[in-house]
Design a protein around this ligand. Structure first.
Ligand code: EPZ
Length: 425
């Protein structure tokens, strides 16, 4: 796991991408599944885990919770329980808001949990009110003080819960809590992301009875105890989508091994409309773009809508389109931080509230730019691949949270890209 550092990535643009690269395991599946290990006392094993900073952070959190965790990418072993540890400290939670996913498992297993509130992040306030309301419905007594959530419940009891919005980690937290609750729980208005469905598969392997994961209504019958598991993580659809947008932007012909296509349907439809060819090829997807890039409007939405996690990358592609594309972000209140950096590279983008109007221009011009959040940094890498001259993307620790060795993967298909050390942030 690359340490947080002032690494930067240097790209010399205007190269077509040709060859083969492999898509790794899904970060947003691995994180909840790592937290699900807390529901059982035994040692669990995860395979096809990506080598990301967030995996390292989660492993450190599990260690603090008494579970010796061995990260040997692509495998992670979470050791047996060594006692009742149920506090997730601020210094770890602030590094990764998905740490909130230990709340459900801890209160379900130990009857209490003390987890630092994740707080906001660059892309928005990101409250966890739905997580807390759901746990209260399951019988937990919740107090929030000194920046910590304290949940207490002798035994969680199944309930009917309607979510105000299809929150991904909210759905996942409540699925895990319900898996050890007494009786039956019905979650309504659930997130339908493939990573939620994958968590349902793991909970069933552990002995819970989960029906409907991946749909809007999930039924969970809790067990008195759950078994450890051995599970290979599904491929990362957002990493795959990011590389598809990159090939679309530069032009070329790349085989993405292990890339999922069904889970990427909303993105595939929009990329094909933009002139990118996507076809199954063996156990991967072949991405080709030879002709013009056509303007395509996109509005982000919960799955199966166009994923917010692909908005920034698609915008980088649309800076090269022949015309004008309108991108509307409906999930997070501040997810256009890549725009000022793209504008510094010559992109023509006008923002009005949660809508960005992108006028296709010729090649961007390379510049030194600053990453601000995970997907914004991916957008800047794609922009660097199509820019004249040299682009330096700084603060790539944002990138390392969600992309394993992106410079090696892109370099392996012809990009002129390398990781460099810079003095100072
Ligand atoms: C998950 O975050 C992903 N993270 C995010 O990916 C992704 O962008 C997001 O879902 C949306 O798809 C993981 O799975 C680890 P939400 P999550 O709860 O669960 C509001 C990446 O790039 N909300 O679905 O935190 C919230 O403010 C990351 O890999 C509440 O109001 O997102 C947001 O507007 C970034 N109250 C909307 O719902 C709550 O209790 C969707 O948030 C919970 C959420």
């Amino acid at each position: 796991m690359p340490p947080p550092s002032m690494d930067a990535i240097r790209i010399r643009g205007r190269r077509r991408l040709e060859g083969t690269l492999r898509v790794g395991g899904a970060k947003n599946a691995a994180l909840p599944i790592l937290c699900a290990t807390l529901l059982s006392e035994g040692e669990s094993r995860l395979r096809n885990v990506p080598g990301l900073r967030d995996i390292g952070t989660t492993a450190a959190l599990l260690d603090v919770l008494g579970r010796k965790t061995t990260v040997n990418i692509p495998e992670v072993r979470v050791g047996p329980a060594t006692g009742a540890f149920f506090e997730a400290p601020y210094e770890l939670v602030r590094q990764m808001r998905a740490s909130v996913l230990v709340l459900g498992p801890l209160v379900a297993r130990f009857g209490e949990a003390r987890v630092s509130l994740p707080g906001g992040c660059a892309i928005g306030a990101r409250p966890v009110d739905q997580h807390l309301k759901g746990l209260e419905a399951l019988g937990a007594h919740i107090t929030v003080e000194h920046g910590y959530v304290y949940a207490k419940a002798p035994r969680l009891v199944g309930a009917e819960i309607v979510l105000d919005m299809p929150t991904v980690t909210g759905t996942e937290n409540l699925m895990m809590a319900a898996a050890l609750a007494k009786g039956r729980t019905t979650l309504i208005n659930c997130a339908r992301e493939p990573e939620v469905e994958e968590l349902g598969r793991v909970l069933n392997k552990m002995g819970a009875k989960v029906d409907g994961a991946g749909t809007a209504i999930i039924h969970i019958t809790g067990a008195d105890e759950l078994a450890p598991f051995d599970h290979a993580i599904i491929a990362d659809r957002i990493e795959a989508g990011t590389f598809m947008a990159a090939v679309g932007a530069t032009g070329g012909n790349v085989l993405l091994e292990d890339a999922p296509l069904d889970d990427l349907e909303p993105v595939a439809v929009k990329l094909r409309e933009a002139g990118v060819t996507l076809e199954r090829d063996g156990n991967g997807v072949r991405v080709v773009r030879e002709g013009p890039i056509l303007p395509v409007d996109v509005t982000t939405a919960p799955h199966p809508g166009f994923p917010t996690d692909m908005q920034a990358q698609f915008m980088a592609l649309m800076t090269q389109c022949e015309g004008r594309a309108v991108l509307t972000e409906t999930i997070f209140e501040n997810r256009f931080m890549h725009v000022p950096e793209l504008q510094r590279m010559g992109a023509k983008i006008a923002i009005r509230n949660n809508t960005a109007v992108v006028e296709g221009v010729g090649p961007l011009s390379g510049a030194s730019v600053m990453a601000t959040d995970l997907r914004a940094s991916a957008s800047l890498v794609i922009a660097g691949l199509v820019a004249e001259g040299e682009t330096i993307v700084r603060r790539v620790y944002h990138l390392d949270r969600g992309y394993e060795s992106i410079e090696k993967k892109l370099g392996g298909v012809g990009a002129l890209i390398e990781r460099i050390q810079l003095e100072g942030p």
